[in-house]
Structures are given as structure tokens and as C-alpha cells.
Write a protein that binds this ligand. Structure first.
Ligand code: PXP
Length: 237
């Protein structure tokens, strides 16, 4: 059974809409942990559009489970990571103009550059995971970097327009997972997973963790809205 890493970036997205202090990702992390989250995942983006450095540092001090820091492989981010020491790091590609992380890392093309970052981080005792599409060449190249984990990008699976495509994409994830294990890599998955599509991914052999954000935060907003409205109504009456 895989563990659940709850990505709380979008709590910070709502906060940043007003540049204020609410809702606070630190409070969200406490609630997620009380509800059974096995880890807290955050992405510190170069443009700081949601999570801020303050959040990373406070979460490091406050969470009781595991802190998974997603970040681009850049000297700026590595310096922050070496200082904060999250429990593990997921290296992701990052483009300023993207709405969310759109594809996996091109480890095949950037193996040497990524290996340097992997060595630096793992040398400091922080295990590294590489976020990759479920493609043979990318998985083989990931193993060569020395990274301990890969996170299979489930975006294409999640966005499948019909059942045939969904099955095809699931088969790719299953094959990718098997290759990762054979290559000595440990296995996580994430991106676009929902209450409807997460279970088959969680059943893939060797799957250790699912990282899920948007779907959980979206549901939280809706299941919490009725109570929030009732409370305000009672207050102003
Ligand atoms: N895993 C990685 C590497 C990601 O970049 C993201 C999105 O930040 C997620 C998992 C979570 O994706 P979602 O918010 O669609 O659940």
C-alpha cells in the first residue's frame, strides 16, 4: 500500500491571491497530518507564485511526518535545500510560463548536469527523486544519475480522454514502474491524481508514495464551504 504525500501548494496559492497570511500552509500541514497524511509536499518555484521560503523553513520545523521539497535543479534551489534539509527532494523541470509542471525531466539529455545536483544533495544526506515520464530512456537515464527514487509523471494518464487511452497510459506506468525497480530505483508517482483515478496507480508493484495536491485541495474547498457559510451567517445574524 502506498503512502500519501499531500501537496499543499494551493493553500499558498489562495493566500498569495491577497498577499496576506491566510490560509497558512503551516496550519494546512498540521490538519493534513492529523488526517493521516504520511508526508507533506511543497514546490518552491523560482517565481514564488505560491510557496515562499518562509513556508519551507517553518514546515521543516513543524511537520511531524516527511517534508518532500519539489524544486528545479538550479544552484539557488540547491543552496536553500542544503540549508533547510528536507527529508527528500523531488527535482522537477520548471518553466515560468507553465500553469503547473507540464512534463517530466529530460534526464536523457541532461544526465551529467542532473548527476551533479543529485551527488551534491545525496552527499548531504538528502535522498533525491527525479520526476520523469514513464519512458524507458528516461528511467534508464535516471538510474545512471544515482538518484534513489523516481516519481512517475501521471499527468498523461490522468488527462486520458477515454477508457482505451487510460488503460494504455496505465500500462505505461506499470511497465515504467517495473523497469524502475529492476534498475534499482525506488518508486513514487504523482500529478493529476484524483479520487477517481488514483487507486490503479497505487496498486502498481513497488509504488511507495502518491503525491496528490490539486484534487485534495479542491475537494477541501467544496466540502468545507457549507460550514464556512453557515458560520458567517450565524455570526452576522
Ligand atoms: N508531483 C509533482 C512532481 C508535481 O510537480 C505536482 C504538482 O506540483 C504533484 C505531484 C501534484 O500534482 P497535483 O496537484 O495535480 O495533484
Amino acid at each position: 500500500m502506498p503512502t500519501l504525500g499531500v501537496n499543499i501548494d494551493h493553500i499558498a496559492t489562495i493566500r498569495q491571491a491577497r498577499r496576506g497570511s491566510d490560509p497558512d500552509p503551516i496550519a494546512a500541514a498540521v490538519i493534513a497530518e492529523l488526517a493521516g497524511a504520511d508526508g507533506i509536499t511543497i514546490h518552491l518555484r523560482e517565481d514564488r507564485r505560491h510557496i515562499q521560503e518562509r513556508d519551507v523553513r517553518l514546515l521543516r520545523q513543524t511537520i511531524k511526518t516527511r517534508l518532500n521539497l519539489e524544486m528545479a535543479a538550479t544552484p539557488e534551489m540547491v543552496a536553500i535545500a542544503l540549508d533547510v534539509k528536507p527529508d527528500y527532494i523531488t527535482l522537477v523541470p520548471e518553466r515560468r510560463e507553465e500553469i503547473t509542471t507540464e512534463g517530466g525531466l529530460n534526464v536523457k539529455a541532461q544526465g551529467d548536469r542532473l548527476s551533479k545536483f543529485v551527488n551534491q544533495l545525496q552527499g548531504a544526506g538528502i535522498p533525491v527523486s527525479l520526476f520523469v515520464d514513464p519512458e524507458t530512456e528516461q528511467i534508464q537515464a535516471s538510474a545512471k544519475t544515482g538518484a534513489k527514487f523516481i516519481e512517475l509523471h501521471t499527468g498523461k494518464y490522468a488527462c486520458s480522454p477515454n477508457e482505451d487511452e487510460l488503460q494504455l497510459q496505465l500500462d505505461k506506468l506499470v511497465k515504467g514502474g517495473a523497469l524502475a525497480l529492476k534498475s534499482g530505483l525506488r518508486l513514487n508517482s504523482g500529478h493529476g491524481l484524483t479520487y477517481w483515478n488514483a487507486r490503479p496507480v497505487g496498486r502498481i508493484k513497488g509504488m511507495e508514495e502518491l503525491n496528490i495536491g490539486h484534487s485534495i485541495i479542491s475537494r477541501a474547498v467544496l466540502v468545507g464551504l457549507e460550514r464556512a457559510v453557515r458560520e458567517m451567517k450565524a455570526l452576522i445574524n
